[in-house]
Design a protein around this ligand. Structure first.
Ligand code: 48F
Length: 250
């Protein structure tokens, strides 16, 4: 029956991808601009990378631009040129259609080779010998419905918290290891220049095996927020990819 052949094709292909990515060099939690950019550069370097995204769509905070005006601002356009996304120059800024940005970045990351699993939520980390070694995942609808259903695990040599404002993965580490991140996770008042520079500077490995990138960096290091200017997210994603490339080389 054709209906069953369609189901078989989907189930076999999905299971193959899932089995192929139970063990990874890198897991990125969150398919926002920082996570997708990190995935793009890591995959381009031939590093086996999986992104876990709890929502249906990739792009995180890109889609809504500012207050629903679906337009994004950058100060440099080199990465947009790299992935073929159009920019419009306005004074010293580049303006980008948020829909083209979100879809273009998602497409570029996929084409570079990153594996993305959407509708999967990371609900905990795996910590062994004081090293973060993977994540505990479940279907997002299970947590939305508040069901008690046990999860499964996938492993990483390096895990990136790219969950944006909540710094959700760092919060999971902090729950069991409060001394690992002694300060409360929170951002400071909006200040574009300080935030854009700080988010890149502080992108780092904050615990063995756990890196932080994108807006999550602001929560961990009490940096200001920066609103709808996205250069810091892209540079943070690229920086975390560089740090991990160096680490894996060793
Ligand atoms: O929020 P998000 O876009 O984070 P980002 O890449 O970029 C921040 C900007 O969008 C914006 C900003 C820039 O100026 O202020 O806020 O740092 O993307 C984070 C993604 O992580 C997913 C979430 O659905 C979103 O798509 N996410 C969060 N927690 C989990 C998760 C989780 N536990 N499991 C899986 N995905």
């Amino acid at each position: 029956m054709k209906e069953v052949r369609i189901s078989r094709a989907i189930i076999e292909e999905y299971n193959k991808r899932l089995l192929d990515h139970l063990e990874n060099d890198v897991i990125i939690v969150g398919a926002g601009p920082a996570g997708l950019t990190a995935g793009y550069w890591l995959s381009k370097a031939g590093i086996k990378t999986t992104i876990i995204e709890k929502k249906l769509s990739v792009g995180g905070g890109i889609w809504g631009g500012a207050a629903g005006y679906n337009t994004i601002v950058l100060e440099e356009k080199d990465f947009m040129d790299e992935i073929g996304v159009a920019t419009i120059k306005k004074d010293n800024l580049y303006v980008i259609d948020a829909i083209e940005f979100a879809t273009g970045l998602g497409f570029a990351a996929k084409k570079a080779g990153v594996q993305i699993f959407n509708l999967i939520e990371v609900e905990d980390i795996v910590l062994k010998d004081e090293i973060v070694k993977g994540v505990v995942v479940n279907n997002s609808s299970i947590s939305t419905l508040g069901l008690h259903v046990d999860p499964f695990c996938i492993s990483s040599k390096c895990l990136i918290d790219a969950t944006g404002h909540p710094a959700g993965i760092v919060a999971m580490l902090k729950k069991g290891k409060p001394q690992a991140v002694p300060e409360e996770l929170k951002e400071y008042f909006m200040d574009v220049d300080t935030a854009e520079a700080g988010v890149v500077e502080k992108t780092s490995e904050i615990y063995p095996g756990l890196y932080v990138a994108g807006m999550a960096v602001c929560d961990v290091f009490h940096l200001p927020r920066m609103g709808p200017i996205f250069g810091g997210m892209l540079k943070s994603g690229k920086k975390v990819a560089e740090l991990i490339k160096q680490k894996l080389k060793k």
